[in-house]
Design a protein around this ligand. Structure first.
Ligand code: 3PY
Ligand code: MG
Length: 257
């Protein structure tokens, strides 16, 4: 039986995918998100509660659901980016990449030589990826795993083409909440701010022109289709906390009806 296509293969083939978003640290929760039909599950270490240990455990839960895991590391934690790959993540998102130095450091942590300086130790990743042996993993990992640099400030937007040109950066990931704070000069936080949607669309268009991928967080899930139509390859939505709250409220309302 042919192996299922990886996240990288599906995105590069032009599929429009949707990832769920996990901030809660129990592996059953991330497994359930994977079983709900999302194309991937993202574990958030920046604002969610995930730790090194919970990422390690939750990647196992997500693997049980047959889905790929993505990890968002905390700001500047490029060491954790390598560890997330070692633990079997298929993609890593680095927040607040606001300089070329950040982008290069992230790429270096994510890619083995000659592109970067990732250090060898992917035991768990080899098991989960189904690679037959070390050499097979080494030769496929640089292309098979994805690095997404977050664009969520005006500095990052100004540097977009340079960030996209960094060897080892596979794509960019827009954070519309932080972007709205930057866009409004600190006056507002509104990830659906209409006034900035043209700028957000231009990020997807420029990524595509440079042959790289683009992704975006949709706080409002009804933006999913719109973002895909703008050209984004991947939309992340459905935080587990919001799913739980919305599901519980629905049950309660129905029980009282
Ligand atoms: C943002 O919208 O700023 C994000 O980082 C999404 O999680
Ligand atoms: Mg952000």
């Amino acid at each position: 039986m042919a192996a299922a296509p990886t996240l990288a293969e599906r995105l590069r083939a032009g599929e429009k995918l949707v990832s769920a978003w996990s901030g809660l640290t129990d592996p059953m929760i991330s497994e359930m998100l994977g079983r709900s039909g999302f194309d991937a599950v993202t574990l958030d270490m920046q604002h969610g509660f995930h730790s090194t240990e919970s990422v390690q455990r939750c990647i196992g839960g997500i693997a049980l659901s047959g889905r790929p895991a993505i990890v968002r590391v905390p700001v500047g934690r490029f060491d954790m980016a390598s560890r997330a790959l070692d633990m079997g993540a298929e993609a890593v998102i680095a927040p607040m990449v606001n300089s070329l130095a950040d982008a290069r450091a992230f790429a270096a942590a994510m890619k083995f030589p000659p592109i970067g300086q990732r250090s060898w130790g992917p035991g768990r990743a080899i098991e989960l990826s189904g690679a037959s042996e070390s050499g097979a993993y080494l030769s496929s990992a640089n292309r098979g795993t994805l690095s997404f640099a977050m664009i969520e400030t005006r500095e990052a937007l100004a540097l977009l083409d340079d960030i996209l040109a960094v060897d080892g950066i596979d794509g960019v990931f827009v954070g519309p909440a932080d972007f709205s704070i930057a866009w409004s000069g600190g006056a507002d936080v509104d990830p659906t701010l209409e006034d900035m949607m043209g700028a957000i669309e231009s990020i997807a268009v420029r990524a595509q022109k440079s042959g790289k991928l683009s992704a975006v967080f949709a706080a409002d899930p009804s933006f999913g289709r719109r973002y895909h139509e703008m050209g984004f390859n991947l939309v992340a939505t459905a935080p587990d906390t919001a799913c739980l709250a919305a599901g519980a409220a629905t049950f309660l309302a129905l029980a009282k009806k």
